[in-house]
Design a protein around this ligand. Structure first.
Ligand SMILES: Cc1ncc(COP(=O)(O)O)c(C=O)c1O
Length: 373
């Protein structure tokens, strides 16, 4: 990472929602990995294992979510589980709903598995419920994929009222709610709202991951759901990956046992909270007229530029002034209403991941961004 002294000239990457390099606990992971391999039965995590994942991790997650280990499937990151889920649930002609905008890789994954993916507009307090009801009236989805806490890419958190409405709709119209919560624990202020699972566990499949809480390269993610769904998904996992990656899953359990999880989480919050403050302050200073949903946690803030702003060739123009931006179009699925101009929305949508940048880089990045419009 560049020193703050070079901020004026360096390329600033507002592209990847990755942890800060200084947040990756290499030493602690090394210690945990060594310990699990040195244990008397250390060989067992080098052997083929059962495909629900490392049992002690499933038990630990079972305690945390207050379900049995049979309701937990551990996979190679949560994207892997999203893919398995889509492969299992989506049949030809099915539709899947996502928030609009949504996590770009989820949209791609669901499409690749054959779904028509329809985006339901996301407001500053969660999905637009009226639009969702309209969409359901046309065709009930197999599932609605939501990121209720500190959404990727928008940074939005769904209110308690909207969470309640979502589970009621899912119950009434018999579709699954897939809630993806990898950022939920990274709350820097305010109080947590219930998971959708807390409200109606029979209708909800919860996905989460250690990618943002320990390290993405460990590839440890998990799904919590009804036992019959987990059993069927486990069979699919067995047929596709043969065996779980036990060494990293065991290292995660050891990370908890040694008390590192809680201290590491606290350090992450201390590192990231000032970065969130820095980006909010910079956006208010340099782009005061652009509406902003201020998140209380997570990795992302986003803005949608006003229609009259100059968003033509935004990415190359940004690149020229030392700013790398993601392509806003990638976060948009098919529109609910054909008259909705998602090309214009995508061109004007800017996701700003802030965790892997220093406050000085953030300020400089937003200053440069504001000169483009
Ligand atoms: C909302 C969301 N879901 C899933 C993932 C994928 O995470 P994993 O590393 O667990 O596959 C990400 C990664 O950025 C994400 O933002």
């Amino acid at each position: 990472m560049q020193s703050p002294g070079r901020v004026g000239t360096e390329q600033i990457l507002f592209t990847r929602g990755v942890p800060a390099v200084e947040a990756l606990p290499a030493h602690l992971i090394g210690e945990c990995m060594q310990a699990v391999l040195d244990a008397p039965n250390g060989w067992s995590i080098l052997q083929y294992g059962h495909n629900g994942g490392y049992l002690p991790l499933r038990q630990l997650l079972g305690e945390q979510y207050q379900v049995s280990a049979e309701q937990i499937l551990v996979g190679n990151g949560s994207l892997h589980l999203q893919d398995l889920l889509a492969a299992m649930l989506v049949k030809p002609g099915d539709v899947v709903f996502v928030e609009q905008p949504s996590y770009d890789r989820a949209i791609k994954t669901f499409r690749r598995r054959g779904a028509k993916v329809i985006g339901i507009p996301l407001e500053h307090d969660g999905i637009d419920l009226k639009a969702l009801e309209q969409a359901i009236a046309r065709q009930t989805p197999v599932f609605l994929y939501v990121i209720p806490d500190f959404q990727n890419p928008a940074g939005v958190t769904t209110t308690a009222e909207k969470r309640q409405a979502l589970v009621e709709l899912a119950e009434r119209y018999h579709f699954w709610l897939v809630e993806d919560v990898p950022y939920r624990t990274l709350r820097y202020s305010g109080t947590s709202l219930p998971l959708l699972r807390d409200l109606r566990p029979e209708r909800v499949l919860t996905l989460s991951s250690y990618s943002k809480l320990i390290s993405p390269a460990l590839r440890v993610g998990y799904l919590v759901g009804p036992a019959d769904i987990v059993k069927a998904l486990t069979k699919l996992a067995e047929e596709t990956i043969l065996a779980p990656v036990l060494p990293t899953q065991a290292a995660v359990v050891e990370f908890y046992k040694r008390g590192y999880f809680a201290t590491n989480l606290e350090q992450l919050k201390q590192l990231y909270a000032p970065r969130l403050q820095a980006i909010i302050a910079a956006l208010k200073q340099y782009l005061p007229n652009v509406p902003l949903a201020e998140p209380e946690g997570g990795f992302f803030v986003s803005i949608t530029l006003p229609e009259q702003s100059n968003s033509t060739n935004l990415l190359p123009r940004a690149q020229e002034i030392g700013l790398t931006l993601s392509n806003g179009h990638d976060f948009f699925a098919d529109p609910l209403d054909e008259s909705e101009d998602i090309a214009s929305l995508g061109a004007r949508f800017v996701r700003l991941p802030f965790c892997a940048l220093t406050p000085a880089q953030i300020e400089e990045g937003v200053r440069r961004l504001a000169t483009l419009f």
